[in-house]
Design a protein around this ligand. Sequence first.
Ligand code: MTE
Ligand code: MO
Length: 423
Amino acid sequence: MDTKTNPEYVAGNGLIHRRHLLGLGLAGIGSMAAGSVFAADAGMLSIPAWSKTPGNGPSEYGAPSPFAADVKRLAGGPSATAPGSGVSRTPLHLLRGTITPNSLHFERHHSGVPAIDPAQHRFVIHGLVRQALSFSYEDLLAYPMVSQIYFLECSGNSGANTVATAGDTNAAAIHGLLSCAEWTGVRLSTLLAEAGVTDAAAWITATGADAASMGRSIPLSKALDDVMIALYQNGEPIRPEQGYPMRLFVPGWEGNVSVKWLTQIKVADAPAHFRDETSKYTDLLPDGKSLQFTYPMGVKSVITSPSGQMKLLRQGIHEITGVAWTGHGAIRRVEISADGGRTWADAHIEAGQQHLALARFRLPWQWSGAPAILQSRATDSSNNVQPGRDSWMAAYNPANRYHYNAIQSWSVSAQGDVKNVYA
Ligand SMILES: Nc1nc2c(c(=O)[nH]1)N[C@H]1C(S)=C(S)[C@@H](COP(=O)(O)O)O[C@H]1N2
Ligand SMILES: [Mo]
């Protein structure tokens, strides 16, 4: 079968079986007879100016092409009331892999980025331990380390879509408090074993060296499982914005518990009830009560292309692509709909480490020029299925903005304009 003229449609409104991802190219089906949309002639082999003279030599620290200068974080303005507080968001719609470059990792600071001299910094473990310990940065560098790829998501991510009217914004503005990096560091269990936690220990409470003194409580079972003191981010020393010289990294859990600029861990028998686990990051329920802790991030996905404020410039084949993640294991399935959830097709998921990491999904779609509503729905290895917006909203108080993981809907108009909608 010639799949270029007879693709296998697997769901409504032009979704094509994922097995055709590589074979289809870009041409509109039916318009193939005239040849490729990219037909070349001899004149196109002429030599451009930049090939005729040597370019710049090597540099000490690389920078993106000036032609890619729009691939930037979406940063908010300075806070008038809380100096240094704020966020910048990863431009998810401008990235195509699963790893976030360090310069584009999202930021969330409660009192700005402290200028820490690693030679002066101390990290102390105390509380319910047989021997309190104090480490310098150099001390920690001498310990055995692990490297793992993990996503990090703020529990406030996507909260924009909990408000009554869908904002006409892009994927970064809605979902950009999400990044994924390879984190390298010392397992907390190694250091806790050295300190010797006592029988009464059930929690750890971690504090940062920023002016906010941000602190969070974490059950000891998680602390001994996969939590690390991260020292490297995608291979280089962790960036100041991400916690230099060291941060706690708590895989799969809401970003807030990954305390940056880590300076203290106190082993305790109960949570500390820090400001950031009482006044914030608690989910408000319909009856006005709040959940005390919501640690793992829910199963979630978002189509990053096409996505909000993009424009489809031609009919024919487009690759629908995006990212999926879960705090409950690995992504097992991502389904895509082009007809607002009436019919669904399985997307292709890239192989690679998917446990608590971003997964990249793709599916070919033939856009006929008719209006469409694009959605993705993820399922994880614990059989959690990403909820629709209505069911998520029904589970919480209308004022709750945290832990929103509902299905994102992007409408495509007949003119090709892509918009954030509630469907
Ligand atoms: N010490 C300290 N740790 C912190 C924060 C902070 O302001 N101070 N922000 C938290 C929040 S709310 C999130 S979502 C993550 C953000 O990490 P990032 O800035 O590296 O993306 O760090 C957490 N750790
Ligand atoms: Mo956060």
